[in-house]
Design a protein around this ligand. Structure first.
Ligand code: ADP
Length: 698
């Protein structure tokens, strides 16, 4: 059997005789197997190291430094990579100085410093350095270590070095850092958008799970779920997180939701409506837009969805449509009104024209003339009534009509209204049944306006009922309020028209109306006047042909005794006189004008300066004010401006009295709020004409 080979060292000596014959031999053998194996191993290690040394891409070698001289470094040997770097043939760097190999002084200085340090600290020193500039800068990573000196080089120190060119690595690292910084900045921007954008935004990861990665703060509040509940949830499977359905009421399966479709199929979805029922049970309509997030290769890596709450928009849209509809209706009504108005105004014109012609016929019989006069009178009255109504309704809608509230007897008001309509009711042979509470009922109201309201209701009842029909007026009174109802058995009102019947110019279609239909403002006036009394008006009817009932509810107001000015108003209104205020610092002038007006039957108050006039006017509420312009302290213009501050003054005819009458003076008066500008001395005819105007204005 053979074992491991063993190596022997044999030494011996042969001893020969004179004839050269071998006499004897002396020898020693020594087993050197282990020494042989050690040498072999050493040689193998050397070969391996050598092949690593030369195969390495790292520059390696051994250098020497002159003792005490730090100006250069001498290469003892370098590996193949170093030789290639220096551009020299194998073995040709040996003995060359770094400087002669092209190393710049600065670089040599740095290396020497590191060599010295490793020498001092007796350990390897690792360092990196760069040299060159701009694009040509190269980065190196190096390690140097001291090597024990040899007997042959006593004045030199040896060092091993290894250096690797890390320029690419540094560039890559720099790029990575920049990319990371960009990514972080993009992340922060996205977070800011998610935090502050008033939009529901949700970002999800790729299929198969389609999990929510982030939800904007606004989105969280919109769905009433905190981010923690939402993030991580999978969108494409059923979730209790939200209850979504389509506007038609159907429920989309989770994989059909916009975000699922964006991620699963790369679909881009624009403005799809979904209704969300939230945690608190409220519902919002969401306008959803979604799309996929793709990587550089175009593969879908996730998806994003934005929701917007369009509940408010929808509401606004509804309101806008309703508003447009209302405007269109108002416009149509205005057109119809204008047509009716011209018709109503033209109607009385024909008989007036004929009657006027008759009056000019020579020798016309006396009865023809008086009939013609009567016709003119009646028709003019009709026109005046129409115009009064028009004027009133305009003042109510512009908020310019001021009530003259006083203590009034309900019975008186009703009586006045009944008297006004009685001729019409009698003409149509209708019955009018009035039922009032027994005993006097005093309430706070504008006597004339309230009578006007009741007259309008009674007139309508008469107009919109057949001849022979019955009309009923009843009133109920409590401590707090008065309720007046007017009902008839006439043509009635369709249910769908009851809600708008009090609107201005609202008239039911012409087939419904009778020839005697007016301008369509009577009920608007009723509502406006009742509203000014802080009351309400309602219309009721079982339907067409079944009669109607109109009821007004009015607060009674304080039933205290009427104050002095209210009593004065009452007297004045009853007598048909006009309340006049005269303000002039010329005492004689003021007194004379007052006398004249009193003789004409008007109620006059005189003050000789603006301040006194301002103090008196609010309680007296003049219907006409004659104001001198040139007064000390407060001029007539200043007084007019101050008086105009009071709402009641909208009904006051303001007349400026001045010694000056140029166009400039007149326009200055107009600017201050005067309706007329009279130049002193004013003649009686002008005053009388003006007071006639004023009486008609009332
Ligand atoms: P006018 O009578 O001038 O047309 P109103 O404002 O007084 O205007 O009335 C508006 C509309 O309401 C009338 O055109 C009529 O169609 C309807 N109306 C008013 N009162 C009655 C009633 N008592 N019965 C039936 N319809 C009525």
């Amino acid at each position: 059997m053979f074992g491991e080979p063993r190596y022997w060292l044999a030494q011996g000596r042969y001893f020969y005789g004179p004839q050269g014959e071998l006499l004897r031999s002396v020898g020693v053998t020594q087993d050197i197997t282990s020494m042989h194996l050690a040498e072999e191993a050493l040689s193998q290690t050397g070969a391996i190291l050598n092949s690593f040394y030369n195969a390495a891409s790292i520059l390696m070698g051994v250098v020497e430094l002159e003792e005490g001289d730090d100006s250069d470094v001498f290469h003892v040997h370098d590996n193949a990579a170093a030789e290639r770097y220096f551009g020299l043939a194998p073995g040709s760097t040996r003995g060359r100085s770094a400087r002669s190999l092209g190393a710049p002084d600065e670089v040599i200085r740095q290396w020497v410093a590191h060599y010295r340090r490793s020498q001092a600290e007796l350990r390897p020193i690792t360092f990196s350095h760069a040299h060159g500039s701009g694009q040509d800068t190269r980065h190196w990573s190096a390690v140097v270590a001291p090597v024990a000196g040899t007997a042959t080089t006593p004045t030199r120190r040896r060092f091993a070095y290894a250096a690797s060119d890390i320029t690419e690595h540094v560039a890559t690292k720099l790029k990575l850092e920049q990319t990371l910084a960009q990514a972080q900045s993009a992340e922060r921007t996205l977070q800011a958008l998610l935090d502050y954008l008033p939009e529901g935004i949700c970002i999800a990861d790729a299929a198969p799970d389609v999990r929510i990665r982030a939800v904007s703060r606004y989105g969280q509040s919109l769905v009433q779920r905190p981010g923690e509940e939402l993030v991580g949830a999978a969108v494409n499977v059923h979730m209790d997180l939200w209850d979504l359905y389509r506007p038609d009421g159907s429920r989309p399966p989770p994989e059909d939701l916009p975000l699922s479709r964006a991620v699963l199929h790369g679909e881009v979805i624009h403005n799809e409506e979904l209704v969300l029922r939230r945690r608190d049970g409220t519902e919002v309509t969401l306008l959803c837009s979604a799309g996929p997030i793709r990587d550089a290769d175009g593969d879908v890596k996730g998806g994003v969805i934005a929701w917007r709450d369009i509940e408010q928009l929808k509401q606004l849209d509804c309101e806008r449509t309703a508003l447009l509809e209302a405007l269109r209706l108002a416009d149509r009504r205005k057109d119809e009104f204008l047509a009716t108005l011209s018709h109503e105004l033209r109607n009385p014109l024909a008989p007036i024209r004929t009657a006027t012609h008759l009056l000019t016929v020579p020798n016309a019989p006396a009865d023809v003339i008086s009939h013609a006069r009567a016709v003119i009178g009646r028709q003019v009255d009709t026109m005046a009534l129409l115009l009064d109504d028009l004027l009133d309704v305009a003042r109510v809608t512009q908020g310019k009509l001021v009530l003259r509230v006083e203590s009034v007897h309900l019975h008186e008001v009703i009586d006045a209204a009944v008297e006004a309509v009685r001729p019409h009711v009698e003409r149509k042979r209708q019955s009018l049944d009035v039922q009032l509470p027994a005993g006097p009922t005093i309430m706070q109201a504008d006597r004339l306006r309230l009578a006007q309201v009741v007259t309008n209701l009674l007139t309508n009842a008469c107009k919109y009922s057949d001849p022979g029909g019955s009309i009923r007026l009843s009133a109920q009174v409590t401590d707090a309020r008065v309720q007046i109802s007017v009902s008839d058995d006439g043509i009635g009102i369709p249910a769908d028209k009851l809600g708008t019947i009090f609107d201005m110019f609202n008239q039911l279609d012409s087939a419904h109306r009778r020839a005697e239909g007016g301008l369509g403002i009577g009920l608007a006036l009723v509502k406006g006047l009742v509203g000014l009394h802080n009351g309400t008006a309602i219309a009721e009817s079982p339907g067409l042909g079944q009669g109607s009932r109109f009821t007004i509810f009015l607060p009674r107001g304080s039933s205290d005794a009427p104050d002095a000015e209210a009593l004065l108003s009452e007297t004045v209104s009853a007598s048909g006189a006009v309340r006049v205020l005269v303000v002039d610092d010329n005492k004689d002038g003021a007194d004379m004008l007052a006398r004249l007006l009193e003789v004409r039957g008007h109620v006059v108050r005189v003050t000789y300066n603006g301040r006194a006039a301002l103090a008196l006017a609010p309680s007296f509420r003049p219907q006409v004010a004659f104001v001198d312009i040139g007064m000390p302290e407060m001029s007539g213009h200043e007084l007019a401006i101050a008086l105009r501050e009071h709402p009641w003054s909208a009904d006051t005819l303001m007349v400026a009295l001045s010694g000056w009458g140029t166009e400039q003076d007149k326009s200055a008066s107009e600017r201050a709020g005067f309706h007329r500008h009279l130049t002193k001395p004013v003649d009686v005819t002008t005053i009388d004409a003006l007071m006639r105007d004023a009486a008609q204005r009332r």
